[in-house]
Design a protein around this ligand. Sequence first.
Ligand code: GLC
Length: 797
Amino acid sequence: MRYGFFDDAAREYVTDRVDVPVSFTNYLGTQRMGTVISHNAGGYSWLDSPQHHRITRFRPNGVPMDWPGHYVYLRDDEDGKYWSMSWQPTGLPLDEAKYEARHGLSYSRFLCEYRGIRAEQILFIPREDGTEDPVEIFDVRVRNDSSRERKLSVFGYVEFSFHEIDMDNQNFQMSLYAAGSHYEKEAVICELHYEPGAWQFFAGNFSPDGFDGVRESFIGPYRTERNPAGVTEGRLSGSTELGGNPCGALRKAITLKPGEEKRVLFYLGTGRGDAAERARVRYDEAGTDRAFDVLRRFWDEKLGVLQVITPHENMNRSMNIWNLYQSEINVLFSRFSSFIEVGGRTGLGYRDTAQDAMCIPHAEPEMCGRRLCQLLHGQMRQGYGLHLFDPAVLEKGEEEGVKTPTVIPEADKKGMLHGIKDACADDALWLIPAIVENVRESGDLSFFDEVVPFADEGSATVWDHMKAALDFSYAQVGSHGITKGLRADWNDCLNLGGGESAMVAFLLIWATNHFLDAARFMGRTEDEKKYAALKKQMEEKCRRELWDGKWFLRGFTASGAPIGTQQAREGKVHMESNTWAVVSGTAEPAQGLSCMDAVDEWLYTPWGLMLNAPSFITLDDSIGFVTRVYPGVKENGAIFSHPNPWAWVAECMLGRGSRAMKFYDALLPENQNDQMEIRQAEPYSYCQFIMGRDHTAFGRARHPFMTGSSGWAYYAASRYMLGIRPGFEGLTVDPCIPAEWDGFEAVRKWRGAEYRISVTNPAHVEKGVKRIRADGKDTDRIPLYTEGVHQIEVEMG
Ligand code: GLC
């Protein structure tokens, strides 16, 4: 069963059955202002921080689902019938009114046809050039498809938030008297008296025929957004108050002749009357069209850095549009603004951000670079990363902010720094491949020598930050000589403390590989020798201590008990250790084949690979919280999406392209568009996890968009399956594909040149390159170009 389809030409997902039992999510904004929006226009906006500067309010985890939102209502002023342009909140019977929602890249469109009126609402946030505060535009068109003249009212509505999420959710004896509204220059202004200079506005490109600034006046007692009094009565009361719950509601009366269409624009922004006036001038109809065009071209350019044509339609769709889009949203908004993380936290998760920034430097060089600098600053001198930190607090230093008399806790730097006990063993290790991949992409070697402060004291070059991370991990070893698991490794719920984590050991080896590649290229021989020797010792220990005959152990508890053995009845085979044994290059060839066969045998499902099997059922705190999680859910035996691409990489390293594709296909959201009764989540977004075999809801996906699965899926598919990898010395094309593929084409823009890559596979192999031609000439390796368009032919065999 499906709820929609892909419109590839428009780069939109079209939900034509809008009564999806969950929200289909999208994100607006490409810079500071963001909005998370559902296919029913439910959602909320923020500026910079969804915790400290929330613009519109949201009632998370509530019923009805995903209310309120950024709504536009229509009312037929002849008989008082009213409806919303998105199906919710009015929720008309779907056999009477026709609704469609289209999620595009950084915009959403809501369409409805009812009683001879066709209406469309586009929501988007224009890209600014730095001269203006950001604005969200509601671009509304209403057309009269009936044969008589119609008199209608158009209402735009948002509910403002008190900026601070704590103010919004508690201690109303304070908050309800510290924020209010007034009307100025034909705009409703929400003001926050306790936060000097904090204003939001809601305005239109017209002189309103009525407004409300007080939520209770617009909605009316014992009513909801489904039947707000202002709309049912067709009259807004002009309410404002210093105090209460501010909202922005505006009415515009229009008359439409048969066939006539009118356009109405609403603006939601930061600032007061003057800012609203500037928005009207800048984003009049022509300005709005221009801004929308800029947004489309912005995405054209980003997506254009790598485009592929393979025989696999859903892979093309994912690589060329949705997977990259999702990965960008992760780099941009990090994790704490969604329908799941509703702004209660601010800042960056160390490992998540590092991985996001590692995966897409080609499309998002600036933002990835900025994230790297923030992460470097979030590293302690001793080498580990601050697991969750707010870069703004670090940047602010020790100076005192305004202390509020009430509920707002001021985050301070001291409270954010933590000791080794709270360190996650993997966090800072991800920084190394992230840095190296970014430099491979940009070619900017000087980045290695930039000086960045540590979170606690002192500063060092980027190069020395990387060494600090390596030194920390090589020193933090347990009784088998394997790296300790500390508070957690990649798996938040594996809490080994002084016990040892196979995954961290393999990740350390992989990070060292990236470091050594850079050291070799930079001629930093001393460092190369030192870390090659440390790596070699760690590899030997891993092969000796962690091999269990058929697969690799997951690690040891603090008392030395092995986790993930052949004898174990639960938590027997684990994805992290086995995939990473291969990805890091540590597994001997036979071990690699055997452990990945175990992954296939024990962990494969048609919905993707489970994290471990069988799920843990016996509570055991020496292993960690994972044993307290329901079987088949999240870290305990679910199909956790993020590690799935590790298995694709591993299979590609083993040369098994069909196996890699089998795993890829199982997880690919686009493949599940027709199985929505089971998946129950966006078919255009990887989700954090999918319920595993040991759960009754096996196959149900949860938590879209904000997940490291996205970046990793893109990274694994582009660099390993399609094999297009930028390096210090040039571009490599070394695919690992299903034998039946005849080949594929790709365009990759890199360091000023455009590589038009054509891969052929006449012998129908899965891996291996027999011949390379660059601009018609045979060559051993693809030359490093700095300009121009170049034809690269790669023959597999
Ligand atoms: C969540 C966390 C991520 C962690 C994963 C597995 O997605 O954001 O940091 O690696 O869970 O526990």
